[in-house]
Design a protein around this ligand. Structure first.
Ligand SMILES: C[S@@+](CC[C@H](N)C(=O)[O-])C[C@H]1O[C@@H](n2cnc3c(N)ncnc32)[C@H](O)[C@@H]1O
Length: 218
């Protein structure tokens, strides 16, 4: 994870994350009024902006492991918790949301359990098994992406109603190096500078993103 160094270029490169944020909003009932909302892993606010433009709420609290508050000068929020969401003490919320962040979590089940104790409505998007397969095939590195079914089985333990959808996006680049640069600028790193010859032999001009959306209610 390399977000802190890349946040300034993030918004112009986060093509997939923007599509995902837009789609995630369709899983939230826009006709309701929400008292309190918590967003986990808000980053530079791509999903936050969509949320603020479309939802009716009283208080919004934000969280990210890095202090990204400078990106939120035009957004009115109550609290910003700079903390690992896995150790964050979560209060009660009408709605907890997260877009494109839960794949970074070490213990997803613990996090899901914690949310279920503090909200009756969780909506999130997460990258899932097969995400960035081109990187795994060439560099042999990957986050521990779970399948939609695995995530669903965890959610069913803690939420009564779970809806989900899967999506696949491919991004095309003019050269393999541009594909790697794009990943670096969206916070994913750990492979491109580590081994020069391996980087040079990367041949794919395509990146495949696999994403799953979940809406969970109790
Ligand atoms: C791909 S970005 C998504 C940002 C934003 N939600 C969006 O839709 O563009 C993932 C974000 O999750 C944050 N993040 C990763 N692990 C985290 C953790 N354990 N606790 C809190 N934030 C975390 C990163 O710092 C980054 O801002």
């Amino acid at each position: 994870m390399n977000f802190d160094k890349q946040f300034k270029n993030y918004d112009q490169n986060a093509v997939t994350q923007k599509k995902v944020a837009k789609k995630l909003l369709t899983f939230i009932d826009k006709s309701k009024k929400y008292d309190t909302i918590l967003e986990l892993g808000c980053g530079t606010g791509i999903f936050t902006k969509t949320l603020c433009e479309n939802l009716n709420f009283t208080h919004l609290d934000l969280n990210d492991i890095f202090n990204t508050q400078d990106f939120f000068s035009n957004i009115s929020y109550r609290d910003f918790f700079v903390e690992n969401m896995e150790t964050l003490t979560i209060k009660n919320y009408s709605l907890i949301v997260s877009s494109s962040a839960f794949q970074w979590v070490e213990n997803l089940e613990n996090l899901i359990y914690k949310t279920s104790k503090n909200t009756s409505h969780l909506v999130f998007s997460i990258y899932s098994k097969g995400n960035l397969v081109e990187i795994f095939n060439h560099f042999g590195v990957s986050l521990d992406y779970k399948s939609t079914e695995e995530i669903y089985q965890i959610l069913k333990k803690y939420y009564t109603f779970v809806e989900f959808q899967e999506d696949e996006f491919t991004l095309e680049f003019s050269t393999p190096l541009k594909a790697l640069k794009h990943l670096k600028e969206t916070g994913v790193t750990g492979f491109s500078s580590s081994n020069y010859s391996l980087t040079k032999s990367f041949k794919s001009t395509v990146l495949t993103y696999k994403v799953s959306y979940f809406s969970c209610k109790n």
